[in-house]
Every structure is written in structure tokens, then in C-alpha cells.
Design a protein around this ligand. Structure first.
Ligand code: MG
Length: 391
């Protein structure tokens, strides 16, 4: 089946106040348009793409176009439907299904594109759409105030996204209707008016349209790999060791002058041990004991900072990125405040992240229990992971 994608990218205005049409704005090194186009160009089922651009951009298309043989461009019209009609005229005769996508939706997934193609092939016309979670109210103005007229059952409400996909003959009738003077905000509306049932398949809440400044900011954060709430993971770690005479006191890889040191198989560095359990826990990769068992002679006297470095590497191999780590060391004496900067720097280096992403705080236990009596040291740590940005 020959499938063509039309990308509607001819809008010349921008509500974003930048002066540049929004499809040409940068999202972490690639324009919104390039990201939208590549989603289709990289899709195995798409045979060719037609991009409707502002006339000036057709004369001088973006340089990255040259790298993609599937892509052609045509000048758009004054309305979106005119741009689509111009592009439709350029669709090759062998094309059986035509998809139409807004350039302003750069996060469309391959799965969503596939669903639209399959539904159009089966039914002739389909859009991707998302259901609504909020209760929907129809509102009227009464004496200058907004008043609810009716509550609409939300099960019947879907928000249309793109792509919208049509069998070529179905879209041809819709384009003809549009040319006869009918106005529509999307192709599905024209197809509906042409009398063809339009099916609805599942869209994706991440397939957002970039319209406002806030949309653009969120899109940039997402494209740059900043923390995405849907993939962020948090982990917690705890460790304690007894304090005895004749041992060194190592905290975060830093040796601190002390009458007593922490007793343990390795260097008994509570800050590192808690941090290791926090990052491994966030990744669901077990704990320090499962990776570095104290029954294994390899770890006898081991530098815990080296174990932390190994654990961070393990996470990176699994596709995680460490956003930040926060550690609390609980110790009655000596005071660790003078050493916090070095501890923090050492932990950050081992974790492979900037020092600003690591925090270390010292607490006493106010004389309470074994820690308060100076018989033990403990540490707590939390870590936040994000999925590493895919390149
Ligand atoms: Mg330990």
C-alpha cells in the first residue's frame, strides 16, 4: 500500500511573539518542522511526504530537506485547507492512503501514525483523538456572565489531533468540497460534510500542538531531555555502621580525622552506600548487597567511591540518567561541615554528574540512641533518575 503524508506547515503567523513562524522555531537543536517531518520520513509505511510551506520557504527550503529523498515541498495557501489542497494536487496517482499532519505537533509517535494508517485503509477515513478526563460543560452568556447550559457526557467527547488519514478518493471529495467554498478547521470536518463516516482511533496525550509560549517551553524541556514526569523515577537508600576505635572514618570518599571509624567489610562509607542504594533502587536494579556482596573478597577494603562509580555506570548502561542525589549523614562527632564541599565534589565525580546536582548535609542525633552516643553513623539518600535522552 502506497501511503503519502502531507505536512501542513504553511502558517506564517506566530502567536508566540517571536516574529518567526512557529514551525521554524528550535526545539533542542532541531526545528519543530524537522521533528514533525522526520516522524513521518522515518516511518516504514510512509512512501513519500509533501510539505506545504510558506511561499518564501519553498524558494529556499531548509537545508536538511536535501538529505531526505522522500520529501517534496509545495507552496501553501492562505488557509490551512488551501495548503492541504495544494499538497493534495501533488500526490502521486499510485498513492492509496493520504495522511495529513500539523507541523506544530512534533511529538507524534510511530504507533499513532500506524494506527491512523490502518484505520484509514480499513474504513476510508480516520483521525487520531484523545478522550477527556474533565467533566465537560457547555456554557452560555447570560447578563454578561458565563453560565452552564448543559453538562455533556464526557464519554461522547474526543479532542481531535493529527494525523488525520484518508483513502485517496475520500480525501479527493473533501478537497473538492473545500474548493467549492466550504470552510473547515480540519480535513475530517470536510469529509464528514461530504457524507463519509470518519472513524476515531486512539491518539496520544504527548502528541501536543504547540500553540502558546507555555507549550513551547514544555516542548523545549521535553526535547532537551529534561525530566519528564512520566518517566522520572525516585529511589531511597539507607545505611549505618558501628563506630569503633582503630578504623578510619571515610565519608563520601573523604577521610575525616576522628577517634573512631566505621566498622565494615569495605571502607564502610555510609554516604556512598546510601547513595548507591538510592540510585540502584530508583532504577529497580537491586541493592548494594546484590552487586557487591560482603562475602566476596574482591570488595574487602574496597573504596566505596569506586563502587558508586561502578553503580552509576550500570545505570547509564540501562538507559538512565541521574538528575540529582541528596544525602544526609547522621553523626554525633566530629562535625562534618568543614568537609562537605569535598564530599560533595567526590560524590558528583563518581556519579558522573555536575556538583550542583549533588547535595550532602550533616546532622547530629541530639544525643539520642546509639548514634547520639557516638557508637554508630548512618546516612540517608534520595536520587531522582530520568530516562537518558535518545540521540
Ligand atoms: Mg554499608
Amino acid at each position: 500500500m502506497h501511503v503519502t503524508a502531507i505536512i501542513a506547515a504553511a502558517g506564517g503567523g506566530s502567536r508566540l511573539g517571536t516574529g518567526t513562524p512557529k514551525q521554524f522555531l528550535d526545539l533542542a537543536g532541531r526545528s519543530i518542522l524537522e521533528r514533525s517531518v522526520l516522524a513521518f520520513a522515518d516511518h516504514a509505511s510512509i512512501a513519500d511526504l509533501i510539505v506545504a510551506l510558506p511561499a518564501a520557504a519553498v524558494a529556499e527550503p531548509p537545508s536538511w530537506f536535501a538529505a531526505h529523498r522522500k520529501i517534496r515541498c509545495v507552496p501553501g495557501g492562505s488557509r490551512r485547507q488551501d495548503s492541504v489542497a495544494n499538497a493534495f494536487d501533488a500526490v502521486w496517482a499510485e498513492s492509496e492512503v493520504v495522511l495529513i499532519h500539523d507541523a506544530a505537533r512534533p511529538f507524534v509517535s510511530a504507533e499513532v501514525i500506524s494506527r491512523a494508517i490502518d484505520a484509514a485503509a480499513k474504513h476510508g477515513a480516520a483521525i487520531v483523538a484523545v478522550s477527556v478526563a474533565d467533566t465537560v460543560k457547555q456554557v452560555v452568556m447570560r447578563d454578561g456572565e458565563r453560565v452552564i447550559e448543559v453538562t455533556i457526557p464526557r464519554e461522547s467527547i474526543y479532542l481531535a489531533q493529527t494525523p488525520q488519514a484518508f483513502r485517496r478518493d475520500v480525501l479527493a471529495r473533501a478537497v473538492a468540497l473545500g474548493r467549492s467554498g466550504v470552510d473547515a478547521t480540519d480535513e475530517a470536518a470536510l469529509v464528514e460534510q461530504a457524507g463519509h463516516a470518519v472513524h476515531v482511533v486512539e491518539g496520544d496525550s504527548l502528541n501536543v500542538k504547540i500553540t502558546t509560549e507555555a507549550d513551547l517551553e514544555r516542548a523545549r524541556a521535553r526535547a532537551s531531555g529534561a525530566v519528564d514526569r512520566t518517566t522520572a523515577r525516585v529511589g531511597f537508600g539507607y545505611d549505618n555502621h558501628r563506630l569503633v576505635e582503630g578504623r578510619r572514618l571515610i565519608i563520601g570518599g573523604v577521610e575525616i580525622a576522628s577517634e573512631k571509624g566505621a566498622l565494615g567489610h569495605s571502607d564502610a562509607d555510609v554516604a556512598c552506600h546510601a547513595a548507591i542504594d538510592a540510585i540502584l533502587g530508583a532504577a529497580g536494579l537491586g541493592d548494594i548487597g546484590s552487586h557487591f556482596p560482603d562475602s566476596d573478597p574482591r570488595w574487602e577494603g574496597a573504596s566505596s567511591l569506586a563502587l558508586l562509580r561502578q553503580s552509576a555506570a550500570l545505570l547509564r548502561d540501562a538507559g538512565h540518567r541521574i538528575e540529582n542525589v541528596d544525602v544526609v549523614v547522621v553523626l554525633e562527632r566530629p562535625k562534618i561541615a568543614p568537609h562537605l564541599t569535598r564530599i560533595r565534589e567526590g560524590l558528583a565525580t563518581a556519579l558522573g554528574i555536575a556538583v550542583e546536582r549533588v547535595s550532602v548535609k550533616g546532622k547530629t542525633n541530639e544525643g539520642v540512641d546509639a548514634i547520639g552516643r557516638g557508637e554508630a553513623i548512618a546516612a540517608h539518600a534520595v536520587a531522582l533518575l530520568a530516562r537518558a535522552p535518545s540521540s
